[in-house]
Design a protein around this ligand. Structure first.
Ligand code: UGA
Length: 432
């Protein structure tokens, strides 16, 4: 099929490349001319495992093309996906100006029946607004709007798209539904077709539930610390109940990234607007914030004063296998340490370049390796659970440090082994 993706960020580019991989003819549109130039050279502007090869192969095969022109894109695709950013307003609600702008740009370019698919994460009832907008700017246009939430995770986006848990789309038209089924025919996954509003809600409800799971186990981690229990065992014990499940019960510094914090705030805002406040989610946010504060308190308790202390931080990305630093709890942690006068030396396998571009990047030292960051440090903090951080020569790391304090903010390491090596180990919710 001929498909168009408007917006070539994480979601748009990965979706476009995967659609091309299964045989569709895909045109990706982005208004950032530099980005399109980069993509035309066969390079990708983000780090996402497997994506660069997929883009290169499909560009070479002629199934994946790029343009800065929305009309050209709309003309190409029978199905046009909108995957533009939906940033937050200061009050947490979603700023839908990019969606509205794309809807306005699409409208006059509609030259035959089109399915306009919203892939960006948006509050419920946005589909209705997109329909109204296109109708206003192109009263004669023949089209249907569909909501098709994505469930890909950064770091495993390609795998999530090629082998999804489920495919959900919301459509109020049989004609549009039939085309959408054809788009997804090559993917083997359970399909749920709903109305548009339900599909929009599924996305916010799913992300909020996952964030709730994380805050739930983090709240339990605080109880474990106060009662000398081990949150890893508690998570295992409750996760063995198939109704609960073990995934997303990893206690740590809390959730970050470009999705959960924003989507929770947006879901709270739209619920308020609809007159049905979702206070449970406000508590989820509070627990997430407290989790980091409690961690900094523990570092301070050990070091007494943070001013002038040399602290090594391993991990800056909001999770492993990505270079994305947006709303990273690791960055928030670094900011808190620096604000109290600590001298931070940090290392991240993929996030160093982006860190240099952040204001906080110039206030810390960036090391060439995890070992180099730890050298001479009075405390070592693990803020992102990159797998390579667990395979290092820890006795040598310990020897190189000024004092062997280890704060494992992601419960990556085995406490007993680390204590055997001579570290004073502090994990999350792992007793005293
Ligand atoms: C999340 C969802 O998992 C995807 O299904 C969704 O499509 C995506 O948002 C989106 O809305 O686009 P993502 O933000 O890429 O994906 O990453 P996650 O793997 O969900 O992790 C989010 C945060 O939660 C990270 O900071 C991670 O460290 C944290 N986390 C995750 C925990 O603290 N504990 C866990 O057990 C799991």
């Amino acid at each position: 099929m001929k498909l168009t993706i408007i917006g070539s960020g994480y979601v748009g580019l990965t979706t476009g490349a995967c659609f091309a991989e299964v045989g569709h003819e895909v045109k990706c549109v982005d208004n950032d001319a530099e980005k399109i130039k980069t993509l035309l050279r066969g390079e990708i502007p983000i780090y996402e495992p497997g994506l660069a090869d997929l883009v290169k192969q499909n560009v070479a095969a002629g199934r994946l093309t790029f343009t800065t022109s929305t009309p050209e894109g709309v003309e190409h695709g029978d199905v046009v996906f909108i995957a533009v950013p939906t940033p937050p307003n200061p009050d947490g609600s979603v700023d839908l100006k990019y969606i509205e702008k794309v809807a306005r740009e699409i409208a006059p370019a509609i030259n035959s029946y089109k399915v306009i698919v919203d892939k960006s994460t948006v509050p419920v009832k946005t589909g209705e607004k997109v329909t109204e907008t296109i109708q206003r700017y192109a009263p004669e246009a023949e089209f249907d709007v569909v909501s098709n939430p994505e469930f890909l995770r950064e770091g495993s986006a390609v795998a999530d798209l090629m082998k999804p848990d489920r495919i959900v789309f919301g459509s109020n038209s049989d004609r549009a539904s039939a085309l959408m089924k054809k788009v997804y025919e090559p993917f083997v996954a359970p399909l749920l077709v709903t109305d548009i509003n339900s599909a929009e809600l599924i996305k916010h409800a799913a992300n909020s539930f996952l964030a709730l799971k994380i805050s739930y186990i983090n709240a339990i981690s605080a109880i474990c610390e106060a009662s000398n229990a081990d949150v890893e065992l508690v998570a295992e014990g409750i996760g063995m109940d198939s109704r609960i499940g073990r995934s997303f019960l990893n206690a740590g510094l809390g959730y970050g990234g470009s999705c959960f914090p924003k989507d929770l705030a947006a879901f709270i805002a739209i619920s308020d607007q609809l007159g049905v406040p979702f206070d449970l989610l406000k508590e989820v946010q509070k627990i997430n914030q407290r989790q980091l504060e409690r961690f900094v308190d523990r570092i301070r308790e050990s070091l007494w004063v943070l001013d002038e202390k040399k602290i090594a931080v391993w991990g800056l990305a909001f999770k492993p296998n990505t270079d994305d630093l947006r709303c990273s709890v690791a960055i928030e942690l670094v900011e808190k340490l620096v604000a109290e006068g600590a001298r931070v030396t940090a290392y991240d396998p993929k996030g160093m370049e982006r860190m240099r571009d952040l204001p906080i990047g110039s206030q810390i030292e960036l090391a060439e390796s995890p070992e180099a960051a730890a050298r001479g440090a009075e405390a070592l903090v693990i803020a992102t659970e990159w797998p390579e951080f667990s395979h290092l020569d820890f006795p040598a790391v310990k020897e190189s440090m000024q004092s062997p304090l280890l704060f494992d903010g992601r419960n990556l390491l085995d406490p007993e082994t680390m204590r055997k090596y001579g570290f004073e180990y502090h994990g999350i919710g792992r007793g005293v």
